[in-house]
Design a protein around this ligand. Structure first.
Ligand code: TRP
Length: 333
C-alpha cells in the first residue's frame, strides 16, 4: 500500500465561519480529505497574539471546531492546537533558527501592528504577534506535511517555514523535515458585501460577511443590503459589488441562474433587486444542509466536543513523536 501524502492547514478561531472562509478554504479542505492524510487545526494559541477575551476565545475555538465538522471536515482530521502543546516547544527551538530581520519583514506583522496602532491609543504590539510565524512554522513542520493549502496572503509565512526547515536540517546534518510546499488552489474570490474592495472577513463587522450558518431571513436581509452600483456601470464593465454577487452565485453552483443573469446583465436588462433576491435564495439553498448538520451537532454538543478532544489526542501522538526526535537530534537532554 502506498502511503498517502500529508496535508496540513489551520484556521484561527477569531470569528464566525462565513462564506469567504468556506469558498476560500474549507470547501477545498473537505475535498482534500479524499486521497490525502489531512490535519486541520484550530489555532487558538495564534488567536492570543492580538487583544482578546479569554471566555470568548474558548467559546470561539469550540464554535469553529464544531462548524468545521458541520461543513464536512471529518472529526478525526480536526485538532485543537492547545491540546497539542508540543507546537509551542517546537516553536521555541525553531525560533532560534530564524532571524530578527526575517520576522521584521513579515507583511502580516507590519499590517497587524499598524492596525493596532491606528485603532487604539494605548496600543500594545505583543512579542507573540512578532514571533507568530515561527509558531506557524512549528504547526506545519511538526506533522511533516508535503503540502499546505493556504491563501496567497500566507505565501511569505510558508517561505519562512521552508527556510527554517532547511536551517534545521543543516544544523542536524540530515533531511529531518521534508520541505513543505504551499498549495495555492484556485478558489473564488469572495469580497465583503459592504465594501467589495476588501476581502470578506469577520473582523470588519457583521455587515461585511455572510455567516454560513445564519438563518435564511438574515442571509436574505444581508444580501439585499449588499453594495452594488447605481446602474451607471454597464457591460463589458462590472462594478466590484456586482461582480462579487455574481462570483458568490457561481460558487454556490447555481449555474443556470448564473448564466441567465449574466445574459441579462450583458443585455442591460438585469435588475439588481432580482439579482439579489435570486442570489439570496441560492445561498439559503446551498447552506441548508450545513445548517441542518450544525443543528444536529449542537443538540449533542458534549458528545461532539469529546470526539474532537479524542481526535486531538490522537494527533498529539504524531506531534510527540516528532518532538522527541527533534529534542534528541538538536542536542537537548
Ligand atoms: N497564519 C494563518 C492565517 O492567518 C493561520 C495559520 C496558523 C496557519 N498556523 C498555520 C495556516 C499553519 C496554515 C498552516 O490564516
Amino acid at each position: 500500500m502506498v502511503e498517502k501524502k500529508k496535508i496540513l492547514s489551520c484556521i484561527q478561531p477569531t470569528g464566525n465561519v462565513h462564506l469567504g472562509n468556506y469558498f476560500g478554504a474549507i470547501e477545498n479542505w473537505v475535498n482534500l480529505q479524499e486521497g490525502y492524510d489531512t490535519y486541520y487545526g484550530i489555532v487558538n494559541y495564534h488567536a492570543q497574539t492580538m487583544p482578546y477575551n479569554p471566555a470568548k476565545l474558548r467559546e470561539l475555538t469550540w464554535d469553529v471546531a464544531l462548524r468545521l465538522h458541520a461543513c464536512g471536515i471529518k472529526i478525526e482530521n480536526i485538532f485543537i492546537q492547545s491540546l497539542v502543546p508540543e507546537h509551542t516547544e517546537l516553536a521555541w527551538i525553531l525560533s532560534c533558527m530564524c532571524s530578527y530581520g526575517e520576522l521584521s519583514r513579515m507583511t502580516q506583522f507590519k499590517d497587524k501592528s499598524a492596525h493596532l496602532k491606528e485603532s487604539d491609543k494605548d496600543y500594545f504590539v505583543s512579542a507573540g504577534l512578532f514571533t507568530y510565524p515561527v509558531l506557524q512554522a512549528a504547526d506545519i513542520l511538526i506533522y511533516k506535511p508535503h503540502f499546505v493549502p493556504v491563501g496567497k496572503d500566507q505565501e511569505q509565512h510558508l517561505e519562512l517555514t521552508r527556510n527554517i526547515a532547511t536551517r534545521f536540517n543543516s544544523l542536524v546534518g540530515q533531511d529531518f523535515f521534508p520541505i513543505p510546499e504551499a498549495l495555492f488552489t484556485k478558489v473564488p474570490k469572495v469580497m465583503s458585501t459592504a465594501d467589495p474592495m476588501r476581502k470578506m472577513s469577520s473582523s470588519m463587522g457583521e455587515k461585511h460577511n455572510i455567516d454560513m450558518f445564519a438563518d435564511p431571513a438574515k442571509i436574505t436581509k444581508q444580501i439585499k443590503s449588499a453594495v452594488t452600483d447605481s446602474g451607471n456601470v454597464t457591460y463589458p464593465d462590472m462594478s466590484p459589488g456586482v461582480e462579487n454577487l455574481f462570483s458568490i452565485m457561481k460558487a454556490t453552483g447555481a449555474n443556470e441562474l448564473y448564466d441567465k443573469m449574466i445574459n441579462q446583465y450583458k443585455a442591460g436588462t438585469l435588475r439588481y433587486g432580482d439579482l439579489k433576491s435570486d442570489l439570496a435564495e441560492a445561498i439559503v439553498e446551498f447552506t441548508k444542509p450545513f445548517r441542518r448538520k450544525l443543528d444536529q451537532i449542537l443538540s449533542d454538543k458534549k458528545h461532539f466536543k469529546n470526539e474532537i478532544k479524542k481526535a486531538s489526542y490522537q494527533t498529539r501522538q504524531v506531534a510527540q513523536e516528532t518532538l522527541k526526535n527533534v529534542r534528541n537530534i538538536s542536542g537537548l537532554i
